[in-house]
Design a binder for this molecule. Sequence first.
Ligand code: NI
Length: 179
Amino acid sequence: MTVRDILKMGDPRLLRVAQPVTEFDTDALHTLVADMVDTMHAASGAGLAAPQIGVDLQVVIFGTDAPNPRYPDAPVVPRTVLVNPVIMPLDGGEEDGWEGCLSVPGLRGRVPRWSRIRYTGFDLYGDPLDRTVDGFHARVVQHECDHLIGRLYPTRMRDLTQLGFTEVLFPGLDAAEDD
Ligand code: NI
């Protein structure tokens, strides 16, 4: 269990399309997920994707069992390890919401996302996962899975006037310096 360095925007490894995991429940996969959990917690992140620590695999983690200090008003999303994910948009259109990213420290932007999605994939044991979610949960999944296709949230924005420094946009937010 190790807190790993998080790559920042500009690093070409964040732009790769990640490779699918082919073997589940291996020591290497367990170690990767443990490191990702430690790294996400150390940074108070809402989620983390393997490419953010330089690992070229389709693995994301997200969720907490308690409110996140960086997103104090957000509903709790269950702790999830999601491997080889597939996202399907459902009826409901899009909605704009604020996002930050540990690879884009200090900034927040308003990003359009599908408001309701179904996502499938596997846990780290290879057991299938199939959920239909909306709101913040749907947003987090779309944000994290974008990391697996080399997309950071600013590339999803349509109005860059809605990109700014967290400390300016949300002056009272605790731990704003951690994002
Ligand atoms: Ni991110």
